[in-house]
Write a protein that binds this ligand. Sequence first.
Ligand code: MN
Ligand code: MN
Length: 298
Amino acid sequence: MGAWRHLMQDSTIRQVVGFLSRLDSLPPAVDAGWRAGGLLGLPYDGSSSFLKGTAAAPPLIRQALHSRAGNPWTETGVDLGVDGALGDAGDVPLGTSAADARTKIEESVRTLLEAGGRPIALGGDHSVTYPIVRAVRWFHPQLSILHFDAHPDLYPELEGDRYSHACPFARVMEERLADRLVQVGIRTSTAVQRAEAERYGVEVIDMRAWVAGRRPELRAPVYVSIDIDAFDPAFAPGVSHREPGGLTVREVLAVLHGLTVPLVGADIVEFNPAQDPSGMTATLCAKLVKEVAGKMTS
Ligand code: MN
Ligand code: MN
C-alpha cells in the first residue's frame, strides 16, 4: 500500500485535476475531482502471452486525450473540461511481479472508489481486469460486466498461468465477481472457451450474432471492459493480437451511448503502441475515455 498511498496523496494535492487543467488551476476540493471518472494508468504487460508493449500505453493515451487537435466535449454534450468531470490519479507503479501487480491494482482501484470516483483504468494487458473487478465488486453487490473483445479470455489457464491476459474472465466468473458477463465482438472461440462460457453462463454475442442484430441488454450497474482488439484492426491496428472481422468504432460508441444503467467503472486495455505507427489507436483509446467519462457524469 505504501507506494500507492504516497501517490494518492500526491494525487490529491497535485494530480486530481480537471480535464486539461494545469498545476496553477487546481480544483478547490479534492472530492470534486472524483465526482465521476478518474483515470488510473496500469503500465503492466507481464501477463501477455504473445507480444509485450501494452505497458507503454497509458502516457500515449493521455497525450492523445489532451491533444489540441480535439476539444474536451463528448458527443453526448458533456464538457469534460469542467473541474471534477474527469480526475487523473496518474500511473500505479507496477513492477514485473504478476502477483504484486495484482495486489497493487486491486488496492489502488479500491482507494479510488473509496474517494468516490469511478475508475477508468488504462492498460496494460487484459490481466489487469481481474484485480480491478475484485475491487469494484466490494462496492457493487449488483454488477454486470460488458466485455468488448475479439477473444473470450476464459481459458482456465494458458501455458501454466491462471492469471494470463487470456484468463481474467475465468477468474471473475469463478469468484462470482459479476452476476452477468456479456461479451461482444468475440470471433476466436476455441472448444475449451466455448465450454467455459457455457459452464459459467456467459452471454456471448459473437460477431456473427452481432451482425444478425443481437445487442446487449443490461439491467444492473455495469462495468465495461474494452479490449481494443474488439475493433476491426482497420480501425485499431495497435494491438498485440490483430483479428480481422471486428467491430467499427461507431458500433461500440452506439452501445456505450445507449447504456441506460449506471456505468460504475471501465478499463481500456491491450493497446500496444509498438503496433501503432500512425498513432491512430491511441486516438481511438482517447475517444473511448471521453465517451466513457461522459456517460459516468450522467
Ligand atoms: Mn483480445
Ligand atoms: Mn482481452
